[in-house]
Ligand binder design. Structure first.
Ligand SMILES: Cc1cc2nc3c(=O)[nH]c(=O)nc-3n(C[C@H](O)[C@H](O)[C@H](O)COP(=O)(O)OP(=O)(O)OC[C@H]3O[C@@H](n4cnc5c(N)ncnc54)[C@H](O)[C@@H]3O)c2cc1C
Length: 459
């Protein structure tokens, strides 16, 4: 017990951290993220702080360190793995008020932002300069850049433009002892030292709190052409994906299965035939001449793989209409019950085996599972639908979820392609990482020797 701790309360020591909240009603709203209600633990924080500056974040972390209590960083709380779930007695550091775009350097093609900037707000600011921030999680309208960095978030464009890590140049991180360090390089290339920015990206707040980041921007995305194709067999849809990625770099390549399509049609009848087993959606943004050519080639490849129907459009509004089923996939499944959204990824040739295996798991555990996702990255979202008030359904949902993760590993895949490990998937890490997990823990120990930075998550 430190001298500070013996004479002052945590609340007193947090005074330099900006807004400090201990009202239990407010704390309740900051206890968990969006992951699977009823399945993950969420503790009761001792306090919530909402700093506006790096110095205030440092003060919060130093106070927590002095009292030996955990720190849980939080962006918008839209995470799907329990990464931002509170721990008993912790200090939740919400970065939501650090929402300033510090600099938009149009000539250097970079943006420097505070961590609470919402992804879509950065997109709007970049667009005003004729530029584009590519990482586009479906949560882009509400998730924060800090959360996106901490989870290495992906989205539809990743198949061509990469994930958040590919856009991150440098960031400032407040470490567990309160020091603020800058990692990475502001330059577009830079190899001096280890890639610590890459390490922070995806570390789920377990190594430190990101308080500022400089991100790579791209020229504005050209208008896209779009394709939708239906298949009466998952294998044929998988063959179409394999054929497309060998010949083209689509700016989107998404798939959804029969169970998801059924849920979508119940929400909004879109006229799909009953025998459709899978729908594939693709885009090309290769420009006004090459784009339509690429889309025509992708249509040819889908038809050759056995598509029952395929339509294309060079008009953005029509493109949105023919991909409506993909946009409705998650809301349609959410409407049917509580969702446990998975995000496993497998090598591309294994996508059909994953989809077929998930169907078998749904039958075995007697649960509804709709699968959709980023087929071009082999990163799918099998979504288990259940009633979180029914213990038996909760048990079957969890068993089905674990079986899906084990299936993905057996196919040479990973337990998480984009949502992170959080609390949800720590039990599966040994199976995937083996000895590398101990290496990861050694890194955690080096950065956070007292183990107060979001402990029990990610590694
Ligand atoms: C409807 C919906 C759609 C989604 N679609 C996608 C998608 O397409 N792709 C995708 O990848 N994810 C998606 N997600 C998941 C989620 O939005 C992402 O994981 C997102 O990056 C989380 O951002 P956040 O600001 O909400 O972070 P939070 O949920 O608050 O936190 C996520 C993790 O980051 C840590 N963290 C937050 N801020 C910081 C910081 N400044 N420094 C250090 N650590 C920090 C937290 O401790 C936690 O571990 C979706 C979620 C929902 C609800």
């Amino acid at each position: 017990m430190s001298a500070v701790e013996s004479t002052r309360t945590l609340a007193e020591d947090l005074a330099g951290a900006g807004e400090v909240i201990t009202d239990p009603d407010v704390l309740e709203a900051y206890r968990r993220d969006q992951a699977a209600p009823g399945l993950l633990r969420a503790g009761v924080p001792a306090a919530l702080v909402r700093p506006t500056t790096t110095a205030q974040v440092q003060a919060a972390v130093r106070a927590a360190a002095a009292h030996g209590v955990p720190v849980v960083p939080r962006g918008a709380g839209s995470g799907l793995s329990g990464g931002a779930n509170a721990l008993d007695g912790c200090v939740v550091v919400s970065l939501e008020r650090m929402d300033r775009i510090v600099e938009l350097d149009a000539a250097g093609l970079t943006a420097t932002v505070q961590p609470g900037v919402v992804n879509a707000a950065l997109g709007t600011a970049a667009a005003a300069e004729g530029l584009w921030y590519a990482p586009d999680p479906a949560s882009r309208e509400f998730s924060t850049i800090g959360g996106n960095i901490a989870t290495n978030a992906g989205g539809l464009c990743c198949v061509k433009y990469g994930v958040t890590r590919d856009a991150l140049l440098t960031c400032e991180v407040v470490l567990a002892d309160g020091r603020a360090v800058r990692v990475g390089h502001r330059t577009r290339k830079g190899v001096a030292g280890y890639d610590l920015a890459g390490l922070v990206c995806g570390s789920e707040g377990t190594l430190g709190i990101v308080t500022e980041a400089t991100l790579r921007l791209l020229p504005a995305q050209p208008r896209a052409s779009t394709l939708a194709a239906t298949f009466s067999s998952l294998v044929e849809a998988g063959e179409a994906v394999a054929a497309i990625v060998r010949r083209v770099r689509p700016s989107m390549l998404e798939l959804l299965d029969r169970a998801t399509l059924q849920a979508v049609q119940e929400l909004e009848p879109l006229g799909y035939e009953d025998d459709v087993e899978a729908v594939l959606f693709a885009r090309s943004d290769a420009g006004p001449e090459a784009g339509p050519r690429e889309i025509a080639l992708m249509q040819e490849l889908c038809d050759a793989a056995g598509a029952t129907l395929s339509v294309v459009s060079d008009d953005p509004e029509e493109g949105r209409m023919i991909t409506a089923a993909r946009q409705l996939a998650y809301p349609a499944l959410e409407r049917k019950g509580t969702t446990l959204l998975d995000d496993v990824a497998v090598p591309l040739p294994q996508v059909p085996a994953l989809l077929a295996g998930v169907e078998a798991i749904a039958v075995e555990h007697d649960v509804l599972i709709g699968t959709f996702g980023h087929a071009g990255d082999g990163n799918m979202h099998p979504t288990v639908v259940y009633d979180h008030r029914d213990d038996d359904q909760v048990r079957r949902a969890r068993a089905a979820f674990d079986a899906i993760v084990a299936l993905a590993l057996s196919l040479g895949g990973t337990v998480s392609g984009e949502h992170g490990v959080g609390l949800l998937k720590t039990d599966h890490l040994d199976a995937e990482l083996g000895d590398a997990r101990a290496l990861g823990r050694a890194i955690k120990d080096a950065w956070d020797p007292a183990g107060t930075m979001n402990p029990g998550k990610a590694i």
